[in-house]
Design a protein around this ligand. Structure first.
Ligand code: NAD
Length: 506
C-alpha cells in the first residue's frame, strides 16, 4: 500500500464485484495503480475488508445452488457470447492493459487473445465433462462416473498477464458448474475488471463470478475460508508455496503455477538467423516479464561464436512506452521491479559474469520517468551467480556454454525449475533425445515459448508447479470437478436374490 498522492485522490476507484453488483469497498487501505511508462496514477485499488471477502464467498456459495443445476448448453452459450464480446472490445482491453502493465499494444492484444482461446474452449466444455460407464461390471450391475462441480473456487493471479491468467481460471471453473471468487493482481487490476464486466454482459448470473481485491491478507483469507473448495494460483514460487501449504492444510484442492528459469539449448546446426531472432524475442519481449521468458541460453560448441550477432539483435530493439509504434521492449511494471532488475545486473557483474550488453538506465525520450531497462546480455553465466540462481523477471539474458548436447541437458536438469525449455537444431535425432531426456514440463523444438494452446493444459513441472493438474484444457476439468462413481443394480422380479450375503462381492 502507498500513501495517496494528489493525482490518486482524483483517480477512479476499482470496484469489488459481489453478488452481481460492482461495489465501492469500505476499506481504509488503498493502493495506486500506476502507468509504468509515465507514473500517472490511473486508479486506486482497495484492499477488501474481511467482511467484504466473506460477502463475496457467501454470494458465490448461494449462487452455486442454482448454477450447478444449470444446463451445460445454457452455461456454454454464455461463453460463446463472451468470446464475441472480448473480440469486439479487443482494442479497448489492450489499451487498458498497456496503460497499467506496460507491455506493447500488440503484445497486450496477444495477452487478451491467449485468454480468449480458453474462453472459446470453455464454450465446448460439455465434450470434456463426460463421465464413463461400464456395463455389467457384475450381473445386472453398471458402474458410471459423474464429474460434478466442487462449489466455490477461487483464483489468485499475478501482474504479468492480467488478461490471460484470469481467463485461464474463471471461465473453465464456471463452465464446469462452479462459482468463483477472483483476486486479481493489485498492481494491474483494471483490464481484469473490464473482462469481468464483459463476462456479466455475456450473461454470467449474479454471484457466479465475484471479485475481491487486496494482497497478503486477502490471499490468506482465501486460503483459510471454510466455504472455498479449490484454489488456482499463478505467481511467484515464494507466494505459491505459501498458498499451497496453507490451503492444503485447510483441506482445499490447490494448483500453483510458479516461478521459472527457462533455458534453451542452441546446437550449432540450428538455422542461425531464425534462432537468434527467436532468442531475442523470447528473452526481451514483454520486458522479460513472462513466466515462459527465455532467461538462459546454453550455446553448444561452435554456437558460442554467435554471441556478437545475438548482442547486435538485442541492440536493435526499441525501448519505449508500449503505446509507441514500433516499441519492442516496454517498461517493467514498477519502480521497485526496475530497482530489483538493475540490482541483479550489478550482482552479475560483481559475481564475475561478462556484461556483453548493458541495458541499465536507457534513454527513452518523452518517458524519462518510466521504469525502463533495456535488453541486457551476460555471458559466462554459471550456477552460484545471483543472475543464474534467481528469476530476474526483466529483460536480462544469461548465456552459458556446453561442449555437447548431453552436457547441456544435464545443465538444465540440474536447475530446480521446470516451467519451459527449448532446443534449436535441425537434427531430428537431437530434438528427440532432448524431448525424451529433458526434465521440464513444456518443451519447444525450434519454438522458444512453448505455451500449450487450450486443447492441452499448461504443464510446468518440478519447482515451477505444486499440485498435479495444470490450468485450463483437459486437466483443469478434473481439477474443477469431483469424480463420483455410481454402482447401480436395478432389480426386476427375475433377478431378486434372497438371503443375506456377508461376503464382499457384487
Ligand atoms: P506474486 O507471487 O508476487 O503475486 C501473485 C499473487 O499473490 C498476487 O495476486 C498478489 O497479490 C499475491 N501476493 C503477493 N505477495 C503475497 C504474500 N506475501 N502473501 C500472499 N499473497 C501474496 O507474483 P507476481 O510478481 O505478480 O508475478 C510474477 C511471478 O509469477 C513470477 O515469478 C512468474 O514466473 C510467475 N508466473 C508464473 C506463471 C506460470 O504459469 N508458471 C505464469 C505467470 C507468472
Amino acid at each position: 500500500m502507498n500513501a495517496p498522492t494528489s493525482q490518486a485522490v482524483l483517480a477512479p476507484t476499482v470496484k469489488l464485484l459481489i453478488g452481481g453488483k460492482f461495489v465501492e469497498s469500505k476499506t481504509t487501505q488503498w493502493r495506486d495503480v500506476v502507468n509504468p511508462a509515465t507514473q500517472e496514477v490511473l486508479a486506486r485499488v482497495p484492499f477488501a475488508t474481511p467482511e467484504e471477502i466473506d460477502a463475496a464467498v457467501a454470494s458465490a456459495q448461494e449462487a452455486f445452488k442454482t448454477w450447478k443445476k444449470t444446463a451445460i448448453g445454457a452455461r456454454a452459450r454464455i461463453f460463446l457470447k463472451y468470446q464475441q464480446l472480448i473480440r469486439e472490445n479487443m482494442a479497448e482491453l489492450a489499451a487498458i492493459l498497456t496503460a497499467e502493465q506496460g507491455k506493447t499494444l500488440p503484445d497486450a492484444e496477444g495477452d487478451v487473445f491467449r485468454g480468449l482461446e480458453v474462453v472459446e474452449h470453455a464454450a465446448s466444455i460439455g465434450n470434456l465433462q463426460l463421465g464413463e460407464l461400464a456395463n455389467n461390471v457384475a450381473g445386472g450391475v453398471d458402474t458410471y462416473t459423474l464429474l460434478q462441480p466442487l462449489g466455490v473456487c477461487a483464483g489468485i493471479t499475478p501482474f504479468n498477464f492480467p488478461a490471460m491468467i484470469p481467463l485461464w481460471m474463471f471461465p473453465m471453473a464456471i463452465a464446469t458448474g462452479n462459482t468463483f471468487v477472483l483476486k486479481p493482481s493489485e498492481q494491474d487490476p483494471m483490464v481484469t475488471m473490464r473482462l469481468v464486466e464483459l463476462a456479466l454482459e455475456a450473461g454470467i448470473p449474479p454471484g457466479v463470478l465475484n471479485v475481491i481485491h487486496g494482497g497478503e491478507a486477502a490471499v490468506n483469507a482465501i486460503c483459510d475460508h471454510k466455504d472455498i473448495k479449490a484454489i488456482s494460483f499463478v505467481g511467484s514460487t515464494k507466494v505459491g508455496t505459501h498458498v499451497y501449504n496453507r490451503a492444503s492444510l485447510n483441506g482445499k484442492r490447490v494448483q500453483c503455477m510458479m516461478g521459472a528459469k527457462n533455458h534453451a539449448i542452441v546446437l550449432p546446426d540450428a538455422n542461425k538467423e531464425q534462432t537468434l531472432n527467436a532468442l531475442a524475442g523470447a528473452a526481451f519481449g514483454a520486458a522479460g516479464q513472462r513466466c515462459m521468458a527465455l532467461s538462459v541460453v546454453v550455446l553448444v560448441g561452435e554456437a558460442q561464436k554467435w554471441i556478437p550477432e545475438l548482442v547486435e539483435k538485442a541492440k536493435t530493439l526499441k525501448v519505449s512506452a508500449g503505446t509507441e509504434k514500433g516499441t519492442d521492449v516496454g517498461p517493467v511494471v514498477s519502480c521497485a521491479a526496475k530497482d530489483r532488475v538493475q540490482g541483479l545486473i550489478e550482482r552479475g557483474i560483481a559475481d564475475g559474469a561478462t556484461l556483453e550488453l548493458d541495458g541499465r538506465n536507457p534513454n527513452v525520450p518523452g518517458y524519462e520517468k518510466g521504469n525502463f531497462v533495456g535488453p541486457t546480455v551476460f555471458s559466462g553465466v554459471k550456477p552460484g551467480m545471483a543472475i543464474y540462481d534467481q528469476e530476474i523477471f526483466g529483460p536480462v539474458l544469461c548465456l552459458s556454454a556446453a561442449a555437447d548436447i548431453d552436457e547441456a541437458i544435464e545443465f538444465i536438469n540440474s536447475n530446480p525449475n521446470g516451467n519451459g525449455t527449448a532446443i534449436f537444431t535441425q537434427s531430428g535425432a537431437a530434438a528427440r533425445k532432448f524431448q525424451e531426456e529433458i526434465d521440464v514440463g513444456q518443451v519447444g523444438i525450434n519454438v522458444p515459448i512453448p505455451v500449450p494452446v487450450p486443447l492441452f493444459s499448461f504443464s510446468g513441472s518440478r519447482a515451477s508447479k505444486l499440485g498435479d493438474l495444470g490450468p485450463y484444457g483437459k486437466q483443469v476439468v478434473l481439477f474443477y470437478t469431483q469424480t463420483k462413481t455410481v454402482t447401480a443394480r436395478w432389480f426386476d422380479d427375475s433377478t431378486i436374490s434372497h438371503g443375506v450375503n456377508t461376503t464382499i462381492s457384487l
